[in-house]
Design a protein around this ligand. Sequence first.
Ligand code: PMP
Length: 294
Amino acid sequence: YFGNDTWVYVDGEFLKADCAQIDLFSQSVHYGYSAIEGIRAYNTHNGTRLFRAEQHYDRLRQSCGHVGIPFPWETDRLVDMTYQLLEKNNLRSAYVRPLVITGYNMYLTPAESSSIIITAWEWGPFLGTGLIKLTLSPYRRPSPSSLPPESKISSQYVASIVATTEATSRGFDEAILRDSNGYIAQASSNNIFIEKDGVLYTPPIGHIFPGITRKTVLELADVLNIDVVEKPLLPEELKAADSAFLTGTATGIVGVASVDDTVYSEAWADTLGATIQRAYKNLTLEKENYQVII
Ligand code: PMP
């Protein structure tokens, strides 16, 4: 993603990517004790716009707060710096990756210092633009009693990598993880919605990562008069659904073709997911007047 000409933001300064350094004796490197965000910038009719950047930086602050990583930065300034970073890199649309890493410390004690790094690069939809094939993963989301599920802590992603690797090795595109009680939780890095008899269902907050795209979908559904029920979903309900889709910043909204050997029969274009997908695209590209819900 990075050439020598790429600018990155590190603690108040813009540096060339190959000049930026991190401490090899940071807990982040050894223990995965760091926090990340993923934000998209869209090339809209009104210029380059970060989508819900304030919510993403607020969530990064909360992720750090959950695990005791200092976060002494103001959201508004981080948003400003992100726009400057995009400009310096001539990026009109981009995926933006803020990362908070901790300073020197080899003990299992809370970090005393931290650094914020922001990088950005051009990135197409994470899971492509077609329909995807899901599989129920043998892996489960970490229980809320082991790590706060709403915290975007780097170490959580080892579980996502392991689950995705297992799913793709069996020929699927993405893994669906159950929670510690056996209910459907989410995909390895996306939230899930299913459609059944004209109503959308999605797992409730508690065991899932509360995606900003998920929240946006709930708001869009409200504007579009689509009923959504947040409730624990059994694997059988996922398979008995009329259709399903995943949501996430990197992914956007992507339709599901099948779950294991269950193929959804409804044509994607006729699903509520397709309607939401169009509305989300219009919202992020500022194409239609959805301002009312921003
Ligand atoms: N779950 C996980 C584990 C994720 O990493 C992400 C992406 N950040 C999501 C869900 C979707 O969240 P969002 O819509 O805020 O990108």
